[in-house]
Design a protein around this ligand. Structure first.
Ligand code: ADP
Length: 619
């Protein structure tokens, strides 16, 4: 059985149904932390020494006071000096351990972030159909931070306070058994109260995080499409959407805060009550005379009680903060563990020898879709490819034409293995592509999409994008020349080092396309997939892009599959396939298709010619 089948399916990020319990989360974070062995063991050792010292200090304070009451100057001076020395030492130990813990937690955050990012990029395209970049980046930042926040401050706090709690209780009983028995009666109700809160808080925290992620997604989307927002004067409605989502986050946050305040207040009253009780009963014991309790011992008891009590409260706070972190960790680890279907099929079934995981033969570029059936996970009711058959022999050009929504781009996605067919097979040189290593498979392709969002890096980097070894500037320039991109790039002030804005915003659509075509020239792939851009470009840049595309198609030695919109490209193709409702309804050369009576393609050509003629009349 493949692992991928049991874990997260493609369409949801939080399909990890079994909530990670706080304990499991702690164990997992600890496993990550243990990779920084030296820092962690130093931190723990130093913390141990610090805790032991902290436990010793109150008994010195008690002794000092009893020496004062007894009037024993020498013993008093000695105890006071020792006390001072121990305090200085304690401070130094604390600083060292805090620094070490901080180093460990930062390393863990680094580990989490990098693992998470790797896990994200590993997911199938179908996964990204079901989420937004805003949600994902919020996972990298908000969730990762929320998850790490308690580790940063609280891992050391957890250890320290556990020692203080146990040690403090022991010292309380050691100092006065009677007082201890009385005081601890109060602890019960506080515990119950806090437990109730932490259950409630966990549920609320998950909703708060979800609300902020939603707000983040709205903002990211609006910012990423700021041109669209402005062009449609939609600033107000986008702002309203964002404000609404933030308001929800705030509303839940306020609820969380109020709940926290109320429980804290109640716990505080109980706490003060115990303090009064100790003073009253302890006072009676001291006044009762005998050796049952000295003043110093009463103070010492108070100090141990406070130590124990604040350790206890800190631990309760930790329960809450670990609970909060667990909610975030659930999402983070859920995604880290999510195995994509397409990308892991190999690693999870590597034992099966029937697979040949490597594209290790000289690829000819023979493509074939055999009875391919497909629908998108987001719209399972719509059959997008309906038992589609298509053969594209090596080194030929195949043009896909037909109505929009017919399935042309989906065919291109299937060839790139962005999705796998629900049934049927896609073959490269006769080999089922599902048996091949997907990354090595994709490297055989050169792709030009209709809209080419470039990375916010230099033009040279963009052209060389994805290449395993860095090309020389000469190679990049040669590729750009072939794609008719050289002239406009070198006319820029920084030439090929010019940084393009986010998503290539500083370049025109036609320029971006020519950069994309330069990429293909540089890579020299065996198979070229093109989505011809059309109406989005003005006539001049359209002409430039066409020249560039024609050069790419004429390059020879590769199989070209193109989603075509322009008659001249189509006419030149070796094979034209008319795609409609997920099927190939006609295929053949231009001549064989136009000569067909009642042919769909023939009608299409007629319409286009009529349109062109109309244009001429208009002019
Ligand atoms: P064409 O390229 O011929 O215009 P497409 O392959 O883009 O056609 O689309 C085929 C059908 O699949 C359309 O109905 C479209 O709405 C749907 N579709 C395309 N991409 C997705 C997607 N990512 N999620 C859901 N449905 C999609």
């Amino acid at each position: 059985a493949t692992v991928g089948e049991n874990v997260l399916r493609t369409d949801s990020t939080t399909r990890h149904t079994e909530a990670l319990s706080s304990a499991a989360y702690l164990a997992r974070a600890a496993r990550l932390a243990s990779t920084r062995r030296t820092a962690l063991s130093t931190a723990i050792a130093v913390l141990g020494a610090y805790s032991a010292l902290s436990l010793a200090l109150p008994s010195y304070q008690g002794k000092i006071i009893d020496h004062i009451i007894d009037g024993n100057r020498r013993a008093f001076a000695l105890a006071a000096q020792t006390y001072l020395l121990l305090m200085v030492l304690q401070g130094a130990l604390r600083a060292v351990s805090a620094a070490c813990f901080s180093i460990v937690s930062r390393s863990v955050l680094y580990e989490i972030r990098t693992q998470l990012f790797r896990a994200m990029l590993r997911q199938d395209i179908a996964f990204f159909d079901g989420t937004t970049s805003g949600h994902l980046s919020s996972r990298l930042t908000n969730d990762a931070n929320a998850m790490m926040a308690p580790i940063d401050a609280s891992l050391s706090s957890l250890l320290y306070n556990s020692v203080m709690l146990v040690g403090g209780i022991a010292m309380c009983f050691y100092t006065s058994y009677a007082l201890s028995m009385l005081a601890f009666v109060v602890v019960g109700p506080i515990t119950t109260l806090w437990q109730a809160y932490s259950v409630w808080s966990k549920r609320l925290t998950r909703r708060v995080l979800a609300a902020w992620a939603e707000a983040n997604a709205i903002a990211t989307e609006a910012l990423a499409h700021v041109r669209t927002v402005k062009a449609f004067a939609a600033e107000a409605s986008e702002t309203a959407r964002y404000v609404e989502a933030c308001a929800e986050g705030l509303r839940l946050g306020v609820k969380d805060a109020l709940g926290y305040g109320a429980t804290t207040a109640l716990a505080g009253y109980l706490d003060l009550g115990t303090g009064v009780l100790i003073l009253w009963y302890g006072g009676l014991l001291v006044l009762g005379g005998g050796d049952s309790l000295t003043v110093g011992q009463l103070i010492q008891f108070q100090l141990y009680w406070n130590l124990m009590n604040s350790a206890y409260q800190a631990l309760q706070g930790l329960v809450t903060s670990f609970t909060r972190a667990a909610a975030a960790a659930e999402k983070v680890f859920g995604l880290v563990d999510a195995l994509p279907d397409i990308d892991t099929r190999l690693s999870s079934s590597s034992s099966s020898s029937s697979l040949s995981p490597v594209v290790d033969w000289p690829v000819r570029g023979d493509l074939q879709l055999d009875s391919v059936e497909f629908w998108y996970a987001m719209r399972p009711d719509k059959l997008v490819l309906d038992s589609l058959d298509l053969a594209i022999p090596a080194n030929t050009t195949c043009a896909l034409v037909g109505r929009s929504g017919g399935g042309k781009s989906t065919i291109v996605s299937m060839l790139l293995r962005f999705y796998d067919p629900k049934s049927g097979v896609v073959r490269l040189d006769g080999v089922d592509v599902r048996t091949l290593d997907v990354r090595r498979y994709r490297r055989r392709f050169g792709v030009v999409m209709q809209d080419t969002p470039l990375m916010a890096r230099s033009i040279k980097t963009n052209i060389a994008y994805g290449l395993e070894s860095e090309p020389t500037l000469g190679e990049v320039e040669a590729a750009a020349k072939k794609a008719y991109a050289y002239d406009f790039v070198s006319a820029m002030r920084d030439g090929f080092d010019t940084r393009v804005g986010e998503r290539g915003g500083r370049l025109s659509g036609g320029q971006r396309q020519r950069i994309a075509i330069s990429r293909v020239f540089l890579r020299q792939p065996k198979i070229v997939l093109l989505d011809e851009a059309t109406s989005a470009l003005d006539e001049e840049s359209q002409a430039a892009v066409q020249k560039s595309l024609d050069a790419l198609i004429a390059r020879g030695g590769s199989t070209v599959v193109l989603v075509a919109h322009r008659l001249t490209t189509v006419v030149a193709a070796d094979k034209i396939a008319v795609v409609d409702s997920g099927r190939i309804i006609e295929q053949g050369t231009h001549h064989s298709l136009v000569s067909k009576h009642d042919g769909i393609y023939a009608a299409l050509v007629k319409r286009q010619l009529a349109k062109a003629a109309q244009h001429l009349d208009d002019d």
